[in-house]
Design a protein around this ligand. Structure first.
Ligand code: GLC
Length: 444
């Protein structure tokens, strides 16, 4: 038996704050990691702001304002904002060529795809806990129009048929780039002509902890198509060879819509549109993505018209969103999360592997194919609390803190022994450590 790991909360909080400070680029944005990701990422920024809000609200608000600077004229909130121009990170701004779109923002460089809409949720959490409600409400009032336009964009550009579920057009948009649920739809993407490029993601991280080359070719091929189409969303929806209604993305969108509705109500803004969005998404999510046979949520491939039956951590995000019924929650927890062949410790020591351990594509150190990610642990933990599984939630919190204590603020961890993998000095790992130790309630 190995030594038990003792958590020192004060020391961890102090170290976490130091990571955020060290990753702060000129007080404008906080980069996701020390070396690997030197720009501002969409959902990272939301979590970073949440972490910062525990000790420096003005800086947290600044983080959000910076992210919103990258918003496109049609409301799209891009997945990366390059405040500081190009770096050794690929794709560089001149690869995206966003100037091909009439909707690209002026005076700021960004990518041309999106990431999971977590921002409104983090803003609501920050607001609910604000010691000075009035000052906080003034900030919410300032950014509300941008948040609303972002969500409207999602509901229109990415769900033109009004199904209630939005589509992602690139696996990077899911935030879980190489998860097993994208293997099948990516095999159907045939990269006929890939532009010249040089992969830079091995500069700072081992190659066997990153996506494989065949996937990377396809990532680049898709971007090349979108830029040729001038990022016209109608064309992309009609022609992108990759078009998926994703579990994680739609669950987070639903949760964010609820949070946005709560903020709208407080501001005295209309809420009817949110009620309609929420009702259609809730229905479609459970009708299309829930598998009664497996007791799991799956993603849906709109191109092949097929359910993508891969068991991965995205299946638990509907708990965080409040999309599952009590019965669905019980099946997810009892049949899967607590199952040692899938997610529970047995031979592995840590919750929550990003891919079920008995999934064909499980690899304990390869990015989203198996390692534990603190962002997922946090969402699963909060989801469990919402449905009353307090003990298991506490176990997952404990595991998360142990990983950080043992291996530092890494991007992800091997679930078998907690070895730290990927990028070092990882900002959302630090931000969520602060959040998990603060012990503040998360509103339903
Ligand atoms: C990776 C992750 C993505 C994250 C980004 C920056 O691309 O897959 O979710 O936002 O790194 O940390």
């Amino acid at each position: 038996m190995s030594e038990p790991i003792v958590i020192d909360p004060d020391a961890l909080i102090e170290q976490a704050r130091a990571i955020l400070q060290a990753n702060d680029v000129n007080g404008i944005f906080i980069k996701p990691g020390t070396y690997q990701y030197p720009h501002q990422w969409n959902w990272d920024a939301a979590l970073v702001a949440l972490g910062l809000s525990h000790f420096d609200r003005p800086r947290a608000e600044q983080e959000i304002r910076s992210l919103l600077k990258g918003q496109w004229k049609d409301g799209m909130l891009p997945h990366v904002v390059y405040h500081n121009g190009a770096s050794d990170y690929f794709p560089t701004p001149d690869f995206w060529q966003i100037e091909r779109s009439p909707n690209a923002p002026e005076g700021v460089l960004t990518s041309g795809i999106v990431q999971p809409p977590l921002l409104a949720t983090c803003v609501r959490l920050m607001h609910e806990r604000a010691p000075d409600r009035e000052a906080s409400l003034a900030f919410v009032r300032e950014i509300y129009p941008a948040l609303y336009r972002w969500h409207r964009w999602l509901r229109t550009a990415r769900d033109p048929e009004n199904t209630g579920l939005v589509a992602i057009v690139h696996p990077w948009e899911s935030g879980t780039d190489n998860a097993a649920r994208f293997v099948e739809p990516m095999i159907r993407v045939i990269p006929t002509r890939v532009p010249a490029y040089q992969r830079k993601d091995f500069l700072h991280v081992r190659e066997d902890e990153r996506p494989i080359q065949a996937e990377y070719q396809r990532f680049i091929y898709l971007i090349d198509l979108f830029r040729q189409w001038g990022y016209d969303q109608e064309t992309i929806y009609a022609r992108s060879p990759f078009l998926v209604q994703d579990t994680l993305f739609n669950a987070l969108m639903y949760r964010a819509q609820r949070d946005l509705r709560a903020l709208a109500a407080e501001l005295g803004e209309p809420t009817e549109e949110f009620d309609e969005w929420l009702a259609t998404t809730r229905y479609a999510f459970n009708a299309r993505l829930w598998s009664e046979e497996h007791g799991l949520y799956f993603a849906y491939d709109l191109r092949a018209r097929r359910v993508l039956e891969e068991n991965g951590c995205a299946t638990f995000i509907p708990l965080f969103a409040g999309l599952a019924s009590e019965r669905q929650a019980r099946r997810l927890v009892e049949e899967h999360l607590r199952n040692p062949e899938e997610y529970a410790p047995d031979g592995t020591r840590y919750y929550v592997p990003s891919q079920a351990k008995n999934n064909l594509f499980f690899e304990p150190r390869r990015y989203w194919r198996g390692p534990v990610w603190i962002i997922i642990n946090w969402m699963v933990m909060e989801g469990l609390r919402r449905y009353g599984y307090h003990e298991l939630a506490e176990t997952i919190r404990q595991h998360s803190l142990e990983l950080v204590q043992k291996s530092g603020f890494m991007e992800y961890y091997d679930p078998r022994d907690g070895t730290g993998c990927g990028a070092t000095g990882f900002s959302w790992t630090a931000a969520l450590t602060i959040e998990m130790l603060a012990g503040q309630p998360v509103p339903a």
